[in-house]
Design a protein around this ligand. Structure first.
Ligand code: HEC
Ligand code: HEC
Ligand code: HEC
Ligand code: HEC
Ligand code: HEC
Length: 193
């Protein structure tokens, strides 16, 4: 399991597909005979955002996944699939974040703050390709009470960030603003699929 999910039950993410096995078999037989437009899921449904959000809903998320379905993110979708939680948090990998650092560039390469309080400026950081420094001053979801420092040397060291992404202790202040639910109540987000 990934860090944090040691106590999470399999069924909290792997939901049963609707219907009995017999109904699923019959529906798929109809599909194969051309009497039904689409096949149905067997046994378990694929794990999707709605499963994660059932326990990790954060109304103030600064990078809400649904946003990345907008047309302007089509290039980023090809490179990173940021519209899916599991693109950056591949489960069963024993880590916290599986996406490789550097992907901030997919969407923030043109960054240029009009009155930039940071030196080197964001425009300069981008020009120099210093993408490994971003998470040193900003968390990703905005779930930590953490004001970005303006002093470049006050950023969290890249090695500490790397260790955190791999599953180590948080370098950002705890507790998080919206803690995860430990249990999923059975009908959470049903129908959101
Ligand atoms: C926090 C959510 C979560 C939990 C808890 C979880 N899984 Fe998964 N699991 C996933 C995701 C995401 C995938 C990626 C494939 C997918 O989308 O189904 C996956 C994939 C799998 C696969 C591969 C299936 C395939 O279609 O490739 C198996 C087998 C599996 N999980 C078994 C388990 C078992 C057994 C448990 C309990 C010990 C468990 N999982 C708990 C999220 C979870
Ligand atoms: C049944 C509820 C539940 C579900 C479903 C669930 N999680 Fe979690 N998740 C938790 C709990 C509880 C923790 C531990 C929180 C803590 O340590 O404070 C956690 C921890 C995490 C962490 C590490 C958090 C940290 O504090 O560093 C990540 C990342 C995460 N989950 C992502 C996901 C993703 C992605 C999915 C969907 C594939 C998912 N979760 C599904 C309950 C859930
Ligand atoms: C583009 C990559 C990306 C996507 C997509 C993404 N995350 Fe994250 N997530 C991160 C990074 C990077 C961190 C570590 C920095 C931090 O803690 O904010 C993180 C941290 C977390 C944490 C631990 C800190 C916290 O905010 O509580 C949780 C839980 C989490 N993500 C859940 C999710 C869920 C649920 C989704 C989908 C709704 C999701 N993430 C989508 C990159 C991503
Ligand atoms: C898939 C595109 C995408 C990726 C990848 C991405 N961002 Fe963003 N980010 C956005 C969008 C869209 C906004 C909102 C900007 C707006 O409203 O104008 C944003 C906003 C932000 C904000 C400002 C939030 C606020 O509340 O004002 C910060 C800080 C930020 N991103 C940091 C990062 C960091 C650090 C990374 C890499 C770990 C990253 N972003 C990766 C799209 C992305
Ligand atoms: C030395 C710390 C530091 C580093 C490194 C840093 N930032 Fe910032 N960032 C700040 C501060 C301070 C602000 C302005 C205060 C705020 O908006 O919260 C800011 C603001 C932002 C904003 C919001 C702009 C707006 O319009 O509100 C985004 C987006 C952003 N940074 C992305 C990034 C990305 C991407 C990187 C990596 C290239 C990065 N930052 C590196 C400190 C930093």
């Amino acid at each position: 399991m990934n860090s944090g999910h040691e106590q999470t039950a399999c069924e909290d993410c792997h939901r049963d597909a609707p219907g009995t096995l017999r109904q699923q078999l019959q529906a798929n037989a109809r599909y194969l005979l051309g009497r039904r437009e689409a096949p149905v899921e067997f046994g378990k449904l694929p794990v999707g955002n709605q499963d994660c959000l059932a326990c990790h809903e954060r109304p103030f998320d600064r990078h809400p996944v649904f946003r990345f379905n907008e047309p302007r993110f089509s290039e980023a979708r090809k490179a990173l699939s940021p519209q899916l939680c599991a693109s950056c948090h591949r489960e069963h990998s024993g880590q916290r974040v599986t996406a490789q650092a550097g992907y901030c560039a997919e969407c923030h390469a043109d960054i240029d703050l009009s009155e930039d309080p940071v030196r080197p400026t964001h425009a300069q950081l981008s020009a120099d390709g210093l993408w490994a420094t971003c998470l040193g001053c900003h968390d990703f979801h905005g779930n930590h009470s953490f004001d970005p420092p303006t002093e470049f040397d006050a950023r969290i060291d890249a090695r500490e960030i790397e260790a955190y992404l791999k599953g180590g202790p948080s370098p950002y202040p705890l507790p998080v603003r919206a803690p995860a639910k430990t249990e999923r109540t059975s009908d959470d987000n049903e129908g959101a699929r």
